[in-house]
Design a protein around this ligand. Sequence first.
Ligand SMILES: [Zn+2]
Length: 281
Amino acid sequence: MPVEDFSNEDSLEPISEASAPSERRLEDDKTASFNFWGGLSTVLAAAFIVATLFTVWTPGSVVESSLQARMAQALEPGPGGEILFEPEGVSDDQVNWENIGIVAGHYGFDPGAVCPNNVTEAELNLGIATLVQKMLTDQGYEVDLLQEFDSRLWGYQAAVVVSIHLDSCQYINDQATGYKVAAALSARDAVESQRLTQCLSTRYGEITKLPYHAGSVTDDMTYYHAFDEIDPRTMAAIIEAGFMNMDYRILTEQTDLVAEGIVAGIRCYIHDEPLQPSQSP
Ligand SMILES: [Zn+2]
C-alpha cells in the first residue's frame, strides 16, 4: 500500500485551488466557463484525493493493511503447494529429529559418471549408501535411504542428510584423487552447517586415508538441489567420496571402509564429538 506517497501538503493544495473559481468567474464569460469546468475538475480531483486519503487513513488502517499484507504473504502457497504460515512465538530451532537421511546420488534418476567398463556412479553410490544405512541401522539409528529426486525430500525433516556422490571416471591428472564435502549454503544455522562439513571431512579422511581434494568444490555441490527441498532446519551435506578413476579400487574393493568413513562423520556430528585442530605429526 503506497500510504507514504501522500502527505498533508499534497492534500491541502488542491483544496485551496478549488475555492478559486467563484472569484475568477466575474472577470470574463469565456474564461469564466473555462474556469468553471477547470475548477470543477479540480474540485473533483481534490474530492477524489481527499476521499482516497480518508480511505487510506482511517484510524488503525496502517496496522490493518500491514496485517493484510502479512496474511496475503502467509497464504501464498509454498513450493509444495502447501500454505506456509508460522505463528509468531513458535521457535523454529527447537527440533529434535533423530532420523538420518542418506541420498544415493543419481539413484532413480540417471547413471551419473560412467566408466569405460560400464560401471556407473549411480550403482557405486547406491552400494555405499546401502552399507551406510546398514551400519547406522545396526547401531540403532533410524535411516531413510533416499533417491536423488526422492519425493520425500520436499520439506524433509531429519537430524542430518548426507548425499553421496563420486567424481569422474575420466583420467584428469595425477592430483585427481580424494574427496570433498560441501554443506548447504542456505542452512539457517551456519555454525552447525560448518560443523557437519568438518565432521565428515575429518572422519572420512582419517578412516579412508584419502586426501581432501581442496579447491574443487563446485557450484553443483554448493547449490545442490536437495538443499533447497529439505526443511531449512535439516542440516545437510554432500560428499564426493572419491574419483572413480584414480580411487576406483578403494571405492569398489574397500566399500566397507568408504561407508565407515561416512558413518563416522555422521556420528561425529550427531554426538557433537570434539574435533582436534589439524595436528602436525
Ligand atoms: Zn554425482
